[in-house]
Ligand binder design. Sequence first.
Ligand code: DGY
Length: 324
Amino acid sequence: MTAKPSVLVARAIFPEVIAHLEQHFEVTHNQADEAWSREQLIARLQGKQGVFTTGGERIDAELLAACPELRICANMAVGFNNFDLKAMTAAGVLGTNAPDVLTETTADFGFALLMATARRVTESEHFLRAGRWGKWSYDLFAGQDVHGSTLGILGMGRIGQGIARRGAHGFGMKVIYHNRSRLTPELESACKARYVGKEELLREADHLVLVLPYTPQSHHAIGAAEIALMKPTATLVNIARGGIVDDAALAQALRERRIAAAGLDVFEGEPKVHPELLTVPNVVLTPHIASATVPTRRAMAQLAADNLVGFLVNGKPLTPLNPE
Ligand code: DGY
C-alpha cells in the first residue's frame, strides 16, 4: 500500500473538514487557536506535500525554497494576496483559492456595513449603552439615505456585482462602478450598473464600496488625494483588503469630517488597527468577518480541502490559480 500524502492545516478549522482530509492524507493540524510563526510554519511544513492556508500565511520564494516537497497551497479565501504566485509557479507549486461559495454572503455583509455606516447604527448604540439618551432631538444620529442614492463600486468582480444587484434592485440606487475591465453589456444590465472613470466614481458616489483585490497596483488606491474628491456627505466601505485604503489618511479625513463616515472590515496590518481609527466616532469597525456565516465558512473550508484532495489524490484541483 502506498503511503498517504501528508498535508498541514495551518489554523484551527471545522473538525468535520479535518475528518474529511484524514480519509485521504496524513494530517497535521493546528489545534490551538493561534497562528504559527513563520519559522514554526516552515518547520511543520517539512515533508508535507500540501498546506491548507487561511489567508494570513505568506507563501513566497523563501518559504518555498525551505519546503521542497510542497506541491499545493490551498487557501480558504477568495483573496490570495498572501501567495506570491510567480514564485509558486517558478517552484512548481500550485495555488488554489475559494471563489464563488462566499460571494452572496460577502455581498450581504458589504450591504450590512454600508447600512450601518450610513445610518450610524453602531455609533448610536454606543451612545445608548453609555446611558446618554436623555431626550428627543431633531438631528439625533441623523445619517445619510441609502435608498435612491448613488452607489459607487470600485472592483466589479463577483462580490461587487452582488452588491450592485442589492443596491439597484433592493434599494433603488443608481449604481456606478470602476474596474480594470468593463463588464459585458449583459452583466451591466443585470446589475443596472454604469461604468465610469475612477475620478467620476469618487466624485459622484454617495456610498463607495471597495471590493477590489489587493495588489501592488491597488496599494493605497484610496488615500488623501482620492478622499479629497469625495462628497463631504459620502460614506466609504472597505470589505476588500487592508492596504487598499491609507488608514492614516482615512482616520484624519473622518476626524475632520471631510467625508461623513466609513465602514471597515479590513485593515492595514490587521489584526492591528490604526489607533486613530479606534478613536474617531464616525467609523464602523468589524474584524474581517464579511464571509463569516457558518454555512459559508464551512463551504470555503470544504472547497480548500477538496482542492487538496482533487490535486494530490485525483490530479485535478477545482479552483487552480496558476499552472503548477
Ligand atoms: C476572502 O475570502 O478573501 C475573505 O476576505 C475572507 O478571508
